[in-house]
Design a protein around this ligand. Sequence first.
Ligand SMILES: Nc1nc2c(c(=O)[nH]1)N[C@H]1C(S)=C(S)[C@@H](COP(=O)(O)OP(=O)(O)OC[C@H]3O[C@@H](n4cnc5c(=O)[nH]c(N)nc54)[C@H](O)[C@@H]3O)O[C@H]1N2
Ligand SMILES: Nc1nc2c(c(=O)[nH]1)N[C@H]1C(S)=C(S)[C@@H](COP(=O)(O)OP(=O)(O)OC[C@H]3O[C@@H](n4cnc5c(=O)[nH]c(N)nc54)[C@H](O)[C@@H]3O)O[C@H]1N2
Ligand SMILES: [Mo]
Length: 828
Amino acid sequence: MSTKYPDAPVSAFSRRRFLQGSAATVALGSMPFSMSLLSRGALAQTGQQAILSGSHWGAFKGIVEDGRAVEFKPWAKDPHPTPMLEGVRDSIYSASRIRYPMVRRAWLEQGPGADPDSRGDGDFVRVSWEEAIDLVAKEITRVRDTYGQQAVYGGSYGWKSPGKLHNCKTLLRRMLNLTGGFTSSIGDYSTGAAQVILPYVSGSIEVYEQCTTYPVLAEHTELMVYWGCDPRNNSQISWQIADHGAFEGMESLKEAGVDTISIDPLLTQTCDYLDGEWVAPKPQTDVPLMLGIAHTLYSEDLHDQDFLDRYTSGFDEFLPYLTGEADGQPKDADWAAEICGLEADTIRDLARRFANNRTMLALGYSMQRQHHGEQSTWMLVTLACMLGQIGLPGGGYGLSYHYSSGGAPTHESPILKAIGDAAGGGDGGSVDESGSDIMIPVARFVETLLNPGETMEFNGNEIELPLVKLAYWAGGNPFAHHQDRNEMLRAWRELETFIVHDFQWTATARHADIVLPTTTSYERNDIEQLGDYALSHVVAMKKIVEPQFEARSDFDIFADIADKMGKGYEFTEGRSEMDWIRGFYEGAKIEARAKGMEMPVFDVFWESNEPLGFPLKDEQKYFVRHEAFREDPILNALGTATGKFEIYSRAIAEYGYDDCPPHPTWLEPIERLDGPTTRYPLSIASNHPRGRLHSQICGTPFRETYAVQGREPCWLNPQDAAERDIRDGDVVRVFNDRGQLLAGAVVTEAIMPGVIRVQEGGWFDPVKPSEIGSLCSYGDVNVLTPGIATSKLAQANCGQTGVADVEKFTDDLPEVTVFSQPSPRDAG
Ligand SMILES: Nc1nc2c(c(=O)[nH]1)N[C@H]1C(S)=C(S)[C@@H](COP(=O)(O)OP(=O)(O)OC[C@H]3O[C@@H](n4cnc5c(=O)[nH]c(N)nc54)[C@H](O)[C@@H]3O)O[C@H]1N2
Ligand SMILES: Nc1nc2c(c(=O)[nH]1)N[C@H]1C(S)=C(S)[C@@H](COP(=O)(O)OP(=O)(O)OC[C@H]3O[C@@H](n4cnc5c(=O)[nH]c(N)nc54)[C@H](O)[C@@H]3O)O[C@H]1N2
Ligand SMILES: [Mo]
């Protein structure tokens, strides 16, 4: 049997080694530039350069020798660099790099929509950049003229690289807005359900807002509950440049000796690090577990009635459901135990300990990425309301402790400006994809392709699903992120044209008709902030190496396309890359001055080759979420209809949705472990990967640090393995009615019986691309997950719902081909 963390990335990475760097932060007021310039001089003598940049994985110096990046050395002040940085560097040079503009042969020779089944078979023809730009511009025009503006889909969801200029998602929409109209998307895959329900419950989306900070937790919290929440895994990355402040935060909890409980089907890295107690309910049964705890609180009079009276509305409408007065079934610990598989005594014990300690409930996102996922978030807030500690130091709930180092204190910094989408839309942040007339919920694109003209209910509105014939993606990987891959393949046949920009031959690029090779962040200049919540520094993202092969930046590509359509000047505004970057910095400099801070002039900042730091004020260091509301609920009312936490929502009641009742409710998902209608014995946890950001860097040698027989690992408990005669290291077939994949078995006690873990983001590698249902030879978990929506309220994805079975694979092993160039013909 394997050790606790069998797929831990192994690398030559040593933290101590990195901490010896000489680099100093450029502090406001003090200017230690000479120091960093000196160290650069010293490096120059060895023929090396160390160039500052940043990524989702953190700030770093790119060490360049003879024009080649030989190492990405974490920034000396990074408290916890991620080993993945090695794979990030590899992504520049990997065998899966897209080298030239490519067009699918059937599309090129026979026209748009030709032979859609041949998508994915790798038969591409190399074309010149000039021809590629011409084809794209003409095709967008043709589709708009033939079917109308809405037939072009530019929702392009995904984790494009950070940077205020080279934001490919925004740049795509900028080009589309300037040249006509298009259909866009709303929401995201991360928090699709929570961000829609929370405005009804607590008055804002909350999931991307700051939590009570770690210095407060370390001082006041007695019991830290990580509920499906693993910051040691998930805070390795951020949406902007990762600061990794959560790692310092967790260290402070450890030093303070705060008790920790982790409620999770897996033994998380966070639980392991904090020596926490591991409580493992069956997946997708957290709502019954929370109800069982709530019932115990109520029946043992451990709930805070004063808090409920003063700060919440609707508890009275929820109570008959909790007690069973409404439906004859008390939601007590015994009832909950039957469903979630824990002992009733354990549930009662949790309730008592939550009530008798200063308790912080830290919730991850996985539970709302499930069928009826709105309910778990709502029920958790309800539970926190009953405990009555919201707004007190170290108590209440937090919804982003695992994400982008939520809880790391926010610095006093200006906000960098960013390029816009030319229609007043924002910077392509993940929530509101404005700037388009027609928007569909982001996870409903496949449904849209299959049902044009039909009406969809969504958050109190009705949307008529548009007819879409052309989809354009830049900075996302739908053939990784969307569920039910086989349904998706069917839907994709409705498209006449699929255009993709990327630097890797992902499954998405392989299924495209036109593929345009882009630069990585490390082949262009940009600027970004450090930390989504910390906002502690501004980082120059400098070009480290020249573009590989014929790669071009998304900015230059879209500028050329816009130019072909007569909007070139409007796209660039006549400004170069460095003009834009300088402009964003100077905008921030003005904002900083208004806040009493003086930033150095741009050239000094850029040349310093160091992040520019900003101060931390005490009130931010010791921030307590909802403190102001607790102090004065009238003056600082929440943004809900009643200004209070809503345990019952009149607005939701009026929508009358059968799959989203007006108070938190246990609703059976379509399938779950031991559920009443379940057809397979194992529940799938498709967690966010430990050694990747979704699918990113899967196509690099870093994959070998976790792959098993060259395949994505599949964790299973020794009991489940023994029943199936599976040993650690075997290749297994994981299957259900929707699809099948190969994976490498990792037999481990770190997962509860009845659950398997196949992390999301493994590259889809169908053995027969034209055949729907074909075996995926690498291990894309989304061949198994359902494409359904959480409910009519949020229409969000259910990536964390799904059951399957596993067997030892004894046939001839098919080759994994997805990590090399698609076909010998295109090698150039
Ligand atoms: N089953 C299951 N499915 C899930 C999830 C789950 O938990 N379970 N999680 C969901 C969640 S929360 C998310 S956020 C999604 C993630 O889904 P995605 O964000 O689509 O996944 P990534 O692999 O990050 O894809 C980003 C792509 O953008 C490319 N890229 C990066 N920078 C640039 C650039 O500058 N220019 C261009 N042109 N391309 C660039 C990368 O090479 C990569 O191919 O997956 C979702 N899917
Ligand atoms: N290393 C790394 N970090 C990432 C990402 C990445 O790809 N790689 N992606 C980033 C993104 S875009 C996002 S949205 C966030 C995602 O953040 P989350 O959605 O919170 O992350 P997950 O890994 O899906 O799940 C977190 C935990 O929930 C547990 N879990 C799964 N199902 C259940 C359940 O039914 N009940 C309970 N109690 N627990 C359950 C899992 O075992 C896991 O330990 O992470 C971000 N951080
Ligand atoms: Mo996400």
